[in-house]
Design a protein around this ligand. Sequence first.
Ligand code: PLP
Length: 320
Amino acid sequence: MDMESKYIWMNGELVEFEKATLHFLTAALHYGVGVFEGIRCYATERGPAVFRLKEHAQRLVNSAKVLGFRDLPYTTGELVEAIKLTVAANGFDECYIRPLIYLAHGGWNLTVDPGKPSVGIAVWEWKNYLGEEGLERGIRANISSFTRHHPNVMMTKAKITGNYANSVLAKTESMRLGFDEAILLDPQGYVAECTGENVFLVRGGKIYTPPAVDILEGITRDALITLARDLDYEVIEQPISRDQLYVADEVFVCGTAAECIALREIDFRVVGAGKMGAVTRTVQRAFHAAIHGQHARSAEWLDYVDVAALAMPAREMALA
Ligand SMILES: Cc1ncc(COP(=O)(O)O)c(C=O)c1O
């Protein structure tokens, strides 16, 4: 995976890629004391556009609040502008965007209070997170032997860096077993989410997804629920059991990195017809239209990056 770009935004400045480094004794690195976002910018006829940027920036700030950070150095609005500036400075038409707020000073006494949160924003080109083939054919998943976080053990509404050790355990196991992705059950044994995606199933023409209570409230999940309802599908949020996935007509997962992708097999059981189903395809098509500025929802969901206006301040900042 090529994560290279020209500049990374760090605490108000665009710094050259090679210079965006941290000290080994950064508490965030040792204790997972950070919060992050995963956002995508898409090519449209009107230039690069960031999908649901304000919602992502708000979730980043909410994650910081959940972790306990009291004073952030930037407002949500400033973070939105910094993200657009970073996209413009790097000149990508399409890219993945990774803001991170982390504890750079203090934190060795296992509190967030003595330190000051720092902020970085990187962008890079990252296509087909779950593989190009999977987009058309669907992918294979297993139910993980690892349980998803209990919401009073780790805060599941927040993208806290430390939370992701759970995802790393599940995804590593899944790939070593020969699957593409893992589905984690919650502590009660109901379907929670994947390592970086939310889960949906289709049965009898209706769409079901687990309630928000112990999952990350995915922004793609919200977009797909909206798009499906626009298309007159009934979307029901209710607890889902493992075997309800096995007997579903279709199962699909979604997230910023993975976008919208079908599961064709779960635990060696073929899902539906063993390929992407009609409902998944319809929702996936609406999503692709929305992210590329070709859907009635695009106007409210896309934040266009004015590259011409931002490129000059970006260059000045990078040279400063
Ligand atoms: C655990 C988990 N669930 C769900 C999602 C999907 O969220 P979103 O659609 O906002 O990217 C992600 C990715 O951010 C995730 O890490």
